[in-house]
Write a protein that binds this ligand. Structure first.
Ligand code: VG1
Ligand code: CO
Length: 539
């Protein structure tokens, strides 16, 4: 096997964000851009003698980078490469493969819910030994290394097709092409009561929208082949490199096909969808699209019906996620942790056995079975609860609100802002916040206001500056932060939450999240700093 060394000029813009390095495809297509980042990963985590998992969400450029990663890893003496068939591997399935094969780490090629195709986005994520997204200390080290990387070694061998499962040896490396779905299906069968779900689905129906992203093959294997639903009820099941030209994002305004199908067939009591890489989930009933914060709280409240959540001692949510789950945790007498945005912050809590269930407002839910959020797992949690209680999602949601009150929650996104202007605007507000404490607006008093600085309770790692919080006691909350997954400009996210004990009562003047958002816009002086008066996306 011949290898060659390619000299490169370092790239200084390869700092990963909330979830890996994410850039427009055209940016990644610059000569040596991906190879430079992969080399920085290999230099930081080691490659000689290592076992690594490689796969991605099937978007445009996926197979090009997979083949480059294999040729580089082989040239640099990797022990074993576990590569998903056709390169298709959901993020949760990747986390599971790393754990079952005791791999040293995994490389997941995905920009998640961002659009794909030649004009879309691409991304590279790195997950460590327990299957968890690399923490900031590691991503920072990779970035620092990338800034100094001046070349990489790659082998000349053409990489054969990765369409068939099997094993071969290249140089001193064993290359193993494995099924994308088999191990993951087995894991789901261990987590849930498949016979009970199957029996319930024989009487009721569900539908799933894969949005032409990675979950199509998983949904077909699990919901159709193992649980018996009709293939007609898996929409957009074929993975496509451009996700059919749409956002592979399970936001309420992006699942119109699913809503249409449910409208035409009232036997479908549960609708669900996932994102580009399969780690997010959306749940809906005939009547309601269930807010992810409520979904998390409802799973916690009904955990006793789910085999893998029987022993619940703790839960966690990201800071902007509504406090619906806090009320459930209090009722159950279990701990409730609050972490910064991004799944990596849950990993240490899961590893230490402090929590068994966690989630984010951005349609992310997961447990201790792996170290990533997991769309299909969350849907199976719902199915298991529905089967055990013989109810519908709409009934569960209304019963939940009746018992715990309702946390109205919305996130207001202002996209493509100028980064410097947005940062200056937030810095000014942070300075001003203390003077607002004690002020009353529309009958609500600001009780606390300031920056969220996090210290991991297990390993002591500090992550300051994770978002501004304005709290009106238990009644309401506004959170402001900048996104870490943007590829063009920066997005300001304003998260608004308002709790109402009596879910049927008409909210008070300040009880709509839109009123909270416009109050926040005023505090920020958004129109002055960023020339915006309206959000461009609300979830
Ligand atoms: C967003 C979400 C965050 C999520 C992250 C990765 O990050 O808000 O909750 O963990 O995406 O999800 P940000 O920094 O843009 O707010 V995924 O499915 O894109 O890997
Ligand atoms: Co995702």
């Amino acid at each position: 096997m011949k290898t060659q060394h390619i000299s490169t000029t370092p790239f200084t813009d390869q700092r990963p964000g909330t979830s890996g390095l994410r850039k427009p495809v055209q940016h990644f297509r610059q000569p040596n851009y991906s190879e430079n980042f992969l080399q920085a990963v290999f230099d930081t985590l080691g490659i000689h003698g290592k076992t690594i998992v490689i796969g991605g969400d099937g978007r445009f450029f996926n197979s090009t980078v997979i083949k480059a990663a294999i040729r580089m890893a082989v040239a640099q003496g990797a022990h074993k490469l576990i590569v998903a068939q056709n390169g298709l591997l959901s993020t949760p399935a990747a986390s599971h493969l790393i754990r079952t094969h005791q791999a040293d780490y995994g490389i997941i090629l995905s920009a998640s819910h961002n659009p794909g195709g030649e004009d879309g986005d691409f991304g590279i994520k790195v997950n460590l030994q327990s299957g968890e997204p690399a923490p900031e200390s590691i991503t920072e080290a990779i970035y620092q290394t990338a800034c100094k990387t001046t070349g990489y070694t790659i082998c000349d061998s053409e990489i054969a097709d990765i369409a068939d499962c099997g094993q071969y040896t290249l140089g001193m490396t064993e290359v193993s092409i494995v099924s994308s779905t088999d191990d993951y299906l087995k894991l789901m069968q261990q987590c849930f009561d498949f016979p009970a779900i199957k029996a319930w689905l024989a009487q009721h129906d569900m539908a799933f929208d894969a949005l032409h992203a990675v979950t199509g093959p998983y949904a077909t294997a699990i919901f159709c082949d193992a649980l018996g639903i009709s293939r007609d009820h898996i929409l957009s099941a074929e993975p496509q490199t451009d996700f059919g030209g749409h956002h592979p994002d399970p936001a309420p305004d992006r699942v119109s096909d699913l809503r249409q199908l449910m409208k035409s067939n009232d036997q479908i009591v549960l609708g669900a969808a996932s994102d580009g890489d399969g780690d997010r989930n959306l749940i809906c009933g005939q009547k309601y699209i269930i807010n992810p914060c409520d979904s998390l709280a409802i799973i916690a409240a009904n955990h006793q019906h789910i085999p893998c959540l029987q022993k619940l001692t703790g839960v966690a949510r990201s800071m902007p996620t509504s406090r619906a789950i806090d009320k459930v945790a209090e009722h159950l007498g279990v701990s409730c942790y609050e972490t910064p945005t991004g799944w990596k912050f849950f990993a240490s809590l899961l590893d230490a056995g402090l929590i068994q269930l966690c989630g984010e407002e951005s349609f992310g839910t997961g447990g201790a079975h792996i170290r990533e959020k997991d769309g299909i797992w969350a849907i199976l949690c719902w199915l298991n609860i529905l089967a055990a209680t013989d109810s519908t999602p709409d009934q569960l949601l209304e019963a939940h609100w009746a018992q715990y009150g309702r946390h109205h929650f919305n996130r207001y996104d202002y996209t493509a802002l100028d980064r410097d202007a947005a940062q200056a605007m937030l810095a000014k507000l942070e300075k001003d916040l203390p003077k607002y404490i004690g002020q009353t607006h529309h009958g609500l008093t600001i009780t606390t206001a300031g920056q969220f600085n996090y210290t991991d309770p297990v390993n002591g790692e500090k992550s300051p500056g994770q978002g501004l919080q304005i709290k009106f006691g238990q009644q309401a909350r506004i959170i402001l932060r900048l996104s870490g997954t943007d590829t063009r400009g920066v997005t300001l996210r304003i998260y608004c939450e308002y709790w109402q004990q009596d879910a049927h009562k008409t909210p008070a003047l300040f009880g709509t999240t839109a009123t909270l958002a416009s109050f926040a816009q005023g505090l920020l002086n958004l129109s002055h700093f960023c020339d915006r008066t309206q959000p461009d996306h609300i979830i």
